[in-house]
Design a protein around this ligand. Sequence first.
Ligand SMILES: [Zn+2]
Length: 717
Amino acid sequence: MKKDKIELSKIFIDKKKESFTVADIWELQRLLSYHNDLYYNKEEPIISDYEYDILRDKLEYIESKHNFMSSHNFSNDIWSYKVESTFEKVKHSRPMISLGNTYNEEDLYDFDKRVKKNLHWESLQRKDFYGSEYYLLEKFESSNDGRYVLEFKFDGLGVELIYKNWELVQAITRGNWVEWEDVTQNVMQIANIPKKIAYKKHLEVRGEVVLPLSSFEAMNERAKKEWTKIFSNPRNAASGSLRMKDNSITKQRNLKFFPFDLANFDEYSDEINNKKYFEVINSLYDLGFERVDYFKKMNGISDIIHEIHNFWDVKKQIDFEIDGLVMKVNDISLWQAIGFTEHHPRYAIAYKFPAEILTTQINSVEHQVWKTGTITPVANLEPIIIGWVTVRRATLHNYEEVENLWVHIWDTVFIKRAWEVIPKIISVVQEGRSENAEEINPPKYCPSCETDVIKDGEKVRFYCPNSVDCPAQKSEKLVFAVGKQWFNIDGFWVKQVELFLELWIIHNLVDIFKVWDKVEEILELEGFKQKSVDNLISWVEKAKNVDISMFITALAIHWVGKKTAKTLAKLFHSKESLLEFPYTSEDLIKLDDIWPEIAINVYEYFNNEAHIRILTELSEILNITYYKKLEIIADGNESIYFWKKMCITWSFIWTDWVKIARDDLVKKLEAVWWEFTWSVSKNTDFLLAGEKAGSKKEKAEKLWVEVIDLVFFMNHI
Ligand SMILES: [Zn+2]
């Protein structure tokens, strides 16, 4: 059933508007009410919001083309789909009308033109009353203090809060145009909703309840482990959270409410004597509603489009989903004159961002071998365009994730691609599974070198143990090591590394540092000129100076990232200690943050003969700076200033037991691995402050830099 509906939806999505027939209207109406049921009642949609919008848009188009609107009013039935709920239903007088929306910037100019046209038309109709056929248009255009307001389009659940006699008395959700669900008890659990306000008269605040993205992710992580319902987007999760019978769960979900409308706008704006939308909403913040950081007055459409283009930086910092920006005419007194279409008000429009979540099908699964040998499943997808980028692959993270999501080859899945993040599979359309769906299992042999794959004890990791010769690992390791963060060899990119490995020009990291031996061979390759090879060599030369911690990170040992490498670096005070590795795994466990698994892994790495051979060669070619303070580690009194950046102020009190000048302090610290900075920045670890520390101290406190005094310093050095 679901599979058929998914296929039918795709057919309608691809079909041109012009080729729809009257018969299609019925089909499309049935299809949309089917999707509505899954979306609103069951909170488990099988198509994305974006695809739903396309279908709805097409239905609106063909209905109006065939004059269905005026004669039958079918659309209204669809839009005002009834939510089956055990919650009490409430009838309400003023319907909430959803906003028209567009994914197209050009439409915003058209919207602006229509606003002006309608204002002109209305003035013309009532010329005698207004005294001019341009009265309303002029009123709109002469305002330079925000003709429009730009605000978030929240991707949440529409809720209305009713206040009487200073108190919140009822909360209802938008079930459909005129009928609502009572969710008062649940809404009482939302912390950022004021339960009492400094306004005595009747007030009906409308807004959106959203679920923070961090809560959404945590919820789904738990659901995967407990095999309960995985939500395909934060809005469905918010809706589910708000409709929980057990409202203590609603409380835990950390929902938030943001206001952007009033049911009794006219009454309230008269009361506060302000007819500007911007000021009315701001007055709600004064009543205790949480302020939205983004709320702007704008004058022209080109300014608004400029805002949209620069909006990405804002969006990535927000912990809840917004799917666009809404522009509204700021002057409320003009709204009635601008009017409504059958479905939407004409004084506001939503510009929707390109969709980030879409559905597609998994066509096959590859098992990718990473630099540390870990093998993970990567899904090859039926290509889809998400936010201007064609997505063909998505990560499945690991085989436990496959099991938890219960995902198969040929399944329809929800994919999210946000910013530069790797596309991710959020959830699977269960029950919509095709008959030939295949299970996804970890491979028995490494897909690159055919070595037997090992399962890491109780851990979810599957890996290829052939860490030295496995071609896939080799290539991944080299690409990682020469990357910007580590050896930073410009000119060695994925393509070059792969090509050189394939042609046996290089075999491992050592060969990269001996690249001059291969200059002739490289020059014979297509696209390599003397100049580019010279550049490559000069980058390689520069990369030879390396400190021990970075060197260890660049080796790509499993579980050894930047931080662990910094800890391990303390073990290596000379070439001998690196090659002979005179430590047991018990010694390693004594270090900070080194867990038994890491210790065993590191121990095995440095005792592996093939690794020792490579390390020996590298230690000869490279100019490695080793750690200087081994004796401190040996007796367990490691200095806290190890590899820290410290700033020192000029003035110190001279005590009778110590006379210290800054130069002496600097000398004292030279014995330890540390760095002196002339000024305080966010990268400074400590400020050693004297009596008149002044502005440096202020700055340090502002930047959360630890300030220490001389006594503390002397006791810890
Ligand atoms: Zn392998």
